[in-house]
Design a protein around this ligand. Structure first.
Ligand SMILES: Cc1cc2nc3c(=O)[nH]c(=O)nc-3n(C[C@H](O)[C@H](O)[C@H](O)COP(=O)(O)OP(=O)(O)OC[C@H]3O[C@@H](n4cnc5c(N)ncnc54)[C@H](O)[C@@H]3O)c2cc1C
Length: 551
């Protein structure tokens, strides 16, 4: 079990274990480091103050990039590195990192032209080692319209198009599955465990004071090394360590808005020009289309960045300019999210020009901080960080191996190829007939939970009678039970936002079953009435916020 139901015993175990490494932050960066370190045999604790992936790692564009944008800056080495890395991330998470054909419309006076786009994509295919089946395709104007009929409305301004591939993921699920794998290697990972302060000995950091926000108590733990992987909060912790010197973070906000596919019926995901020559994505995901992102300097409260009216108007204006026939307005928006990029500040550069490179800072007290980077590069960032940790541990005569994660499949990802995913869907659909669950739901489970969909089906068998054969209730209850027992879900928001993304892509389901889910969650986690009400209220605030755009 990886569950808050075991919390007391697990915290006790944590306090009794001599640790090699404490990681602060349960986003993709901390998750990757936990997996890398634990798989090398280190004794690891990961502490996340809120829920896993509740920071930036649940609020990205949800793409594993191939590095096309780096071609513009002529960073050929980086394109190659990112392309190879994408292939590894895909290999180790086949059901969660999925090839997505992307359209690049070429428009009169736009930032792309036909000749250079062709050359750039050709160089990209070569450098990034793009698979033959996924190499670029240049399109004539009629072909572009055939592939993407919405572009017909651009009339004379449409010149041509190109198709290439990006990989789509679910950022929060990628994070949790990496954490689950790290757990399997012995890492002790806790959400709702906030690092309040550092403990020092001879001016070197040797431990942390932790507030357990579930049990409502505090405790101290020590370790040979401590890594600060807190994304946008990196400088807050560096400041607590009194080592906020030299380089600092620059936070920029990125917003996405979601539409029903009926309102924005793209056939492909599209990467297109805004009037200010920035480029944004419209990404198709099941029966929804999400659009983003903005990139504006952010200086406000870190914990809950809001979507402003200005962000929404900027995105709507761009979409309506590119696709004049759809005439989207605010009322068509079904959901939204805003995330903060933890970038390394560069003097005199505008938000969208600042490099997305990662950087490691080691403070005089030996606190190791890692920030910047991308979801896509999480494994390499982890390797670099843990290599440093390994060197520090060597000084204590603790010897660990080199990085192994290139060949470690994340939790639920025991697939060697796409056919195995299809086979599992067919097999489970056959078995699920007993409880009246159909193909579409099984597909959703397999792409969300991978091979663990088998465990979900077992749970469904066991609860078929409990829900009086109500299949909709059975499906949502099954997911709830699975994530409480296996993914450390502690709140309604964890369930609806990070584990299932229903806040963004399936709000109707929430409207239908919220009361039932609140009852079930509180019974299973043994929450009292007041805690349940508080949780519901907190979740409803997020629910309303995602459609309430402030000035
Ligand atoms: C709008 C947007 C779109 C993006 N799109 C993409 C994309 O498509 N592809 C891509 O590759 N990258 C993308 N990125 C970049 C990528 O999302 C980030 O680089 C990455 O998620 C950062 O992860 P992180 O773990 O460093 O930070 P976070 O995910 O923010 O994790 C840090 C964690 O630390 C925790 N924490 C903070 N303080 C404490 C404390 N005191 N104690 C315990 N825990 C603490 C926080 O609660 C948080 O969960 C995007 C970023 C944004 C903003």
């Amino acid at each position: 079990m990886f569950s808050v139901l075991n919390r007391k015993e697990e915290i006790q175990k944590l306090k009794n274990t001599p640790l090699d490494l404490i990681i602060i932050g349960g986003g993709i960066t901390g998750a990757g480091i936990a997996l890398d370190a634990a798989s090398r045999g280190m004794k690891v604790a990961l502490l996340e103050k809120n829920d896993f992936a509740s920071g930036t790692s649940g609020k990205s564009t949800k793409l594993i990039h191939g590095g096309l944008r780096y071609l513009k800056q002529l960073e050929f080495g980086l394109v190659k590195e990112v392309g190879l890395e994408r292939a590894i991330v895909h290999k180790n998470a086949k059901h969660l990192v999925i090839a997505e054909q992307m359209m690049l419309p070429i428009i009169k006076n736009g930032s792309l032209n036909k000749f250079f786009t062709n050359i750039a994509l050709m160089v990209y295919d070569f450098l990034a080692g793009v698979a033959k089946s996924e190499t670029r395709r240049m399109l004539t104007k009629p072909e572009t319209i055939k592939e993407e009929p919405l572009l017909h409305a651009r009339g004379k301004n449409l010149i041509a198009g190109a198709l290439y591939y990006e990989y789509r993921t679910d950022d929060a699920r990628l994070t949790i599955e990496i954490i689950k794998k790290a757990q399997q290697f012995g890492a002790m990972c806790f959400n709702y465990a906030e690092v309040e302060s550092f403990i020092y000995e001879n001016e070197k950091v040797k431990g942390v004071k932790v507030k357990d926000n579930i049990i409502d108590s505090s405790f101290e733990i020590n370790a040979s090394t401590i890594v600060n992987a807190t994304g946008p909060w990196t400088d807050v912790l560096r400041n607590a360590d009194k080592s906020l010197e030299g380089k600092r973070l620059l936070l920029t906000k990125g917003v996405h808005i979601v539409f029903d596919n009926n309102k924005f019926p793209i056939k492909h995901s599209i990467y297109f020009d805004m009037p200010d020559k920035r480029m944004i994505f419209a990404i198709s995901r099941n029966n929804k289309t999400y659009v983003g992102t903005t990139d504006t300097v952010y200086n406000k409260e870190i914990s809950n960045p809001q979507v402003n009216l200005e962000d929404v108007e900027y995105l709507l204006n761009g979409v309506n300019k590119m696709f004049p026939s759809i005439k989207l307005n605010k009322k068509h928006i079904e959901s939204s999210w805003a995330g903060l990029r933890p970038l390394i500040y560069e003097d005199g550069k505008a938000a969208s020009e600042v490099s997305r490179k990662d950087e490691i800072f080691i403070s005089p007290s030996n606190l190791i901080s890692i920030a910047g980077g991308k979801l896509t590069g999480y494994r390499k960032m982890a390797e670099k960080t843990v290599d440093l940790v390994r060197l520090k541990l060597k000084e204590e005569n603790k010897i660990f191996s080199e990085c192994k994660t290139e060949n470690i499949k994340i939790a639920g990802a025991d697939f060697n190829n796409n056919e195995e995913i299809t086979d599992l869907i067919i097999q489970l659909t056959g078995e699920a007939k007993q409880v009246n669950i159909g193909l579409e739901n099984i597909k959703e489970w397999v792409y969300r939970y991978g091979t663990n969909a088998k465990i979900l089906l077992e749970i469904a068998y066991n609860n078929f009678r409990y829900v009086e054969k109500d299949v909709e209730k059975l499906i949502i209850l099954t997911e709830l039970i699975y994530v409480i027992e296996n993914e450390s879900v502690a709140t309604i928001a964890d369930f609806y936002i990070r584990r299932t993304s229903k806040l963004y892509f399936d709000r109707k389901n929430i409207e239908k079953h919220l009361d039932f889910i609140c009852l079930e969650l509180s019974a299973r986690l043994k929450l009292n009435k007041e805690k349940t009400e508080n949780q519901k209220e907190t979740f409803l605030a997020y629910y309303n916020e995602s459609l309430n755009f402030i000035n």
